[in-house]
Design a protein around this ligand. Structure first.
Ligand code: COA
Length: 474
C-alpha cells in the first residue's frame, strides 16, 4: 500500500490550496502530448477542447510538430510565450516527470495527468516522484490515470470521451474512467445535463472530497453525483467532515461500487482504493446525509429530480393518473420507499371530482381514467398545486389512443412553469411506446423529471424526501 506520509502531504496541500478555480475555469490550457494522429488520446483531447468551444487559450505541446489541428504547436511548455494555467498531460509515464518539471518551471497551476502506469499497476515510485515535483512548484494534480475533465459553463471538454456534453446542473465525479466515458454518451441520449464531469483516477493529490467541496459552492451545480470505489487510506475523517458541509449546501448521490465481497476485491485491484467495509461506508453516508444509489440508472434518476425541482417542504404526496394499474404500482412503490400518500379531505376530493369524468376516482391515486385528456391533467395539477393539503405531486400516464403524450407533455410543462413558485416538486412516470419516449424527452428538456415507469418516478421523489428529512433534522 501507499506510504502514509504521501497522504499527509496530499491532505495538507488540499487544505492549503482549496480553491480549484484553475481546474474548472483555466484561462489557458496546454495539451502536452497533443498528437498529430487522429485516434490517439492526445489528439482527441485537443480536438474536444477546440470543438466543444473552449474560449481560453489553447497550446498543443509536441516536439515533433509545428502545427496541430490548426494551432501552433510548441516543443515544450517552456517555449509558450504566455502563462499556462492548466497542463493536460498525455505522454507515456516515463516522460511525465520531465514534463511536470517543465510545467513547474513555467508556473502551471494544475496538472491533469491522463497517463496510466502509476499506482494502479504498483508503480508507486512514479507517483511519489510526480507528487514531489508538484509540491516543489506548488502545482495541483488531478489523476493520474484519468480520462480528463469537463466543465460545461467554461465550455471546457478536456477529455478523450465524446465531444458533445449536454449542459445542465448535475456534476458527476467518477473513479472509473471507462464508465465515465461511457456515461458521457448516455447522458446526452437521456437528456441529462451536466455542469461538470471529473475523472479522479488514482487521486494522488486532488481527491473526491476536495472536488465535492469545490462543487458545493459552484453556482452552476445543483446536485453532485459520484461513482466511488473507495477512499484513500487516512481520508475517512476528512470525508465525514467535509461531506457534512457539502450536503448542507446541495444533495450528494453516491453509487458505491464493491458492495459485495468479490466486488470489493475487484475495486481494490482497479483503483487501489480502500473498498470493502461496506457497512462502514453505509453508516458514513447516513451520518453525512449522502444518498446512496444502487445503480447508475438510479443515481441519475434521482439527480434528474434534484436538478430542476425544489426540495420537498413536506411529505404529503398525491398521485394523479389516467390508469388504475400504474396508480397501484406507484402506491406500492410509495409504501416501499416511505413516501406518504395523503388521504384527501372531502373538499379536496370534491375539487378533484369536478375536473374528471364522473366515473373517475378522486381518492389518492386520483384516477382521471383512460378517457382523460390534456385538460383533465392540467386542471388536476392546478388543484394539486393550489391545495394546502399537498406537498409533492406524482403524475402518471399510460398511453391511450385519445391522448397524445407529446401534447400532454407540453401541457404539463406549461402548467408546472406557472406554479414554479409553489415549492412543490413534480415527478412524472409514463408508460407507452415511441411517442411516449418523445414526450419524456420534452419533459426532461424542460426540467420536468420524467421516467419510463411509475416506480422510478416514485423512487426519485422518495430520494428528495429523504434529503429533505435530513436537512430538517440537522
Ligand atoms: N512533450 C510533448 N509531447 C511529446 C513529448 C514531450 N516531451 N514526447 C513525445 N511527445 C508526443 C509524441 O511524439 C506523440 O505525438 P505524435 O503522435 O504526434 O508523435 C504524443 O506526444 C504522444 O506520445 P506517444 O509516445 O505516442 O504516446 P501514446 O499516445 O501512445 O500514449 C498515453 C500516451 C498517455 C495515452 C499512454 O501512455 C497512456 O497512459 N494511455 C492510457 C491512458 C488512460 O487510459 N488513462 C486512463 C483513462 S480512464
Amino acid at each position: 500500500m501507499y506510504p502514509i506520509d504521501m497522504y499527509k502531504g496530499s491532505a495538507e496541500a488540499g487544505e492549503l490550496a482549496e480553491n480549484l478555480k484553475e481546474l474548472f475555469s483555466p484561462e489557458s490550457v496546454a495539451v502536452v502530448g497533443a498528437s498529430r494522429h487522429p485516434g490517439k488520446i492526445g489528439y482527441t483531447i485537443l480536438r474536444n477542447i477546440i470543438e466543444y468551444g473552449y474560449k481560453g487559450k489553447i497550446y498543443p505541446i509536441n516536439p515533433k510538430a509545428d502545427e496541430i489541428l490548426g494551432l501552433k504547436a510548441y516543443p515544450s511548455v517552456l517555449d509558450v510565450p504566455d502563462k499556462i494555467d492548466m497542463a493536460i498531460i498525455a505522454v507515456p509515464v516515463k516522460i511525465v516527470p520531465k514534463v511536470a518539471e517543465d510545467c513547474g518551471k513555467k508556473g502551471v497551476k494544475v496538472l491533469v495527468v491522463i497517463t496510466s502506469g502509476f499506482g494502479e499497476v504498483g508503480n508507486i515510485e512514479a507517483e511519489q516522484e510526480l507528487i514531489k515535483i508538484a509540491r516543489e512548484y506548488g502545482m495541483r494534480i488531478l489523476g493520474p490515470n484519468i480520462f480528463g475533465l469537463a466543465y460545461t459553463p467554461a465550455r471546457l471538454n478536456a477529455t478523450f470521451g465524446p465531444k458533445d456534453i449536454r449542459e445542465g446542473n448535475i456534476a458527476f465525479i467518477t473513479q472509473s474512467g471507462a464508465l465515465g466515458i461511457a456515461l458521457m454518451g448516455w447522458t446526452v441520449m437521456e437528456e441529462i445535463g451536466l455542469s461538470a464531469l471529473i475523472s479522479i483516477g488514482n487521486m494522488i493529490d486532488i481527491d473526491v472530497i476536495e472536488v465535492s467541496k469545490y462543487l458545493a459552492d459552484d453556482p452552476h451545480t445543483r446536485v453532485i453525483t459520484i461513482y466511488l470505489e473507495g477512499l484513500k487510506p487516512g481520508t475517512g475523517k476528512k470525508f465525514m467532515e467535509i461531506m457534512k458541509e457539502v450536503t448542507r449546501k446541495k444533495p450528494v448521490i453516491i453509487i458505491k461500487a464493491g458492495r459485495s465481497r468479490r466486488g470489493a476485491a475487484a475495486a481494490a485491484s482497479h483503483t487501489g482504493s480502500l473498498a470493502g467495509m461496506d457497512h462502514v461506508y453505509n453508516a458514513a453516508f447516513k451520518q453525512t446525509g449522502i444518498l446512496r444509489a444502487k445503480t447508475v440508472e438510479e443515481m441519475f434518476d434521482w439527480a434528474r429530480a434534484f436538478a430542476n425541482q425544489p426540495v420537498p417542504k413536506g411529505e404529503r404526496t398525491i398521485i394523479i393518473t389516467n390508469g388504475g394499474g400504474v396508480g397501484v404500482l406507484a402506491t406500492d412503490a410509495a409504501e416501499e420507499y416511505g413516501v406518504n400518500l395523503i388521504t384527501p379531505s372531502i373538499e379536496l376530493k370534491d375539487r378533484f371530482h369536478r375536473i374528471m369524468p364522473w366515473f373517475g376516482s378522486p381518492k389518492n391515486p386520483v384516477d382521471l381514467t383512460g378517457q382523460a385528456g390534456v385538460e383533465n391533467y392540467i386542471k388536476a395539477l392546478e388543484v394539486a398545486f393550489e391545495s394546502p393539503e399537498i406537498d409533492n405531486i406524482v403524475v402518471l400516464y399510460c398511453r391511450t389512443a385519445i391522448l397524445d403524450p407529446r401534447e400532454l407533455a407540453k401541457g404539463l410543462v406549461d402548467t408546472i412553469k406557472l406554479y414554479k413558485g409553489s415549492g412543490k416538486p413534480v415527478v412524472v412516470g409514463m408508460v407507452g411506446g415511441l411517442d411516449t419516449f418523445e414526450a419524456m424527452k420534452i419533459l426532461n428538456k424542460n426540467g420536468v423529471p420524467a421516467y419510463p415507469s411509475p416506480e422510478r418516478a416514485v423512487s426519485s421523489l422518495a430520494a428528495m424526501i429523504r434529503y429533505s428529512r435530513y436537512l430538517q433534522k440537522i
